[in-house]
Design a protein around this ligand. Structure first.
Ligand SMILES: [Zn+2]
Length: 272
């Protein structure tokens, strides 16, 4: 008599589609990116920045505009900005709490969801597998058609957290988030592979995409001023005057397009 077969217990397997059943309509690079995305895809965006206030200062107008146009916007902040003070009495822990609360207020003013903090220490963001995996998870979770982040490839002076956050986001989008064998534990949460259609890189040198933010300029200022610990008591009027003075000086120096009511990006299209 043969002994009973011993087979290892089988883990129930779930099938994850490697591709959507229908290929989505492709974005025409010759047409306006936001118009194209709105016509052809769900209006979902993810902004990934390094510190509380980065998103508002660098592209708060574009984010406010997306929300005004009915987009679903999530903001990921890789640190809690816990080194951003000159006050010798303030601890990192205390400052993190203050700055997270400021970011919550700013996100609410823009019209975004409650921000997501990854909790890295300010100044210590590494472009590594851990950060990339956390960003892959956010992409699979929120499934944004548009991701806005720092241009991590800009040469010259830059904050390392901006550079590392931008590069890790870029690498999370391609190829990791869309290939199911990367960060396989996401499957346990039912998170499926996903590839956004486009990226806009902020703080860039060779911008090729510009957004007229004049309809939401005041919303941008209010969102910036929500970062009370960072703005040294500036008022709305003072902020706008400072922007206009700076733009006037830039125009006089030869940059004919300089305007406080225009935000500029490098556009990256990702074919599916
Ligand atoms: Zn920053």
């Amino acid at each position: 008599m043969s002994s009973p077969r011993t087979t290892p217990p089988q883990t129930p397997r779930r099938r994850y589609p490697l591709r959507p059943p229908q290929p989505p309509a492709q974005i025409d690079p010759a047409l306006d990116l936001l118009d194209e995305l709105e016509a052809k895809a769900p209006k979902r965006a993810l902004a990934v920045f390094a510190h509380p206030d980065d998103a508002e200062f660098s592209c708060g107008g574009t984010l406010a505009l997306l929300c005004a146009r009915g987009w679903d916007l999530n903001v990921v902040v890789t640190t809690s900005g816990n080194k951003g003070t000159k006050d010798p009495e303030v601890t990192s822990q205390y400052l993190a709490g203050i700055r997270e609360e400021e970011q919550r207020r700013a996100s609410a003013i823009l019209g975004a969801h409650e921000p997501i903090f990854l909790g890295f220490s300010d100044g210590y963001v590494h472009e590594d597998d851990e950060l990339r995996g956390l960003l892959v998870r956010q992409i699979r979770l929120h499934r944004p058609e548009l991701v806005i982040t720092w241009d991590g490839f800009r040469p010259g002076f830059n904050h390392r957290d901006h550079r590392n956050t931008g590069r890790a986001t870029y690498d999370a989008i391609y190829p990791a988030a869309d290939d199911h064998l990367y960060y396989v534990l996401d499957k346990e949460e039912g998170l499926e592979p996903f590839r956004p259609q486009a990226m806009l890189l902020s703080g860039t040198r060779d911008a090729d995409y510009h957004v007229d933010i004049s309809p939401v300029a005041r919303t941008k200022v209010r969102a910036i001023l929500a970062h009370t610990s960072q703005i040294r008591g500036r008022t709305e009027a003072e902020t706008i005057k400072q922007w206009e003075d700076r733009a006037r000086a830039a125009r006089q120096a030869g940059d004919a397009n300089a305007s406080p009511y225009r935000e500029s990006f490098t556009k990256v299209l990702l074919r599916r």
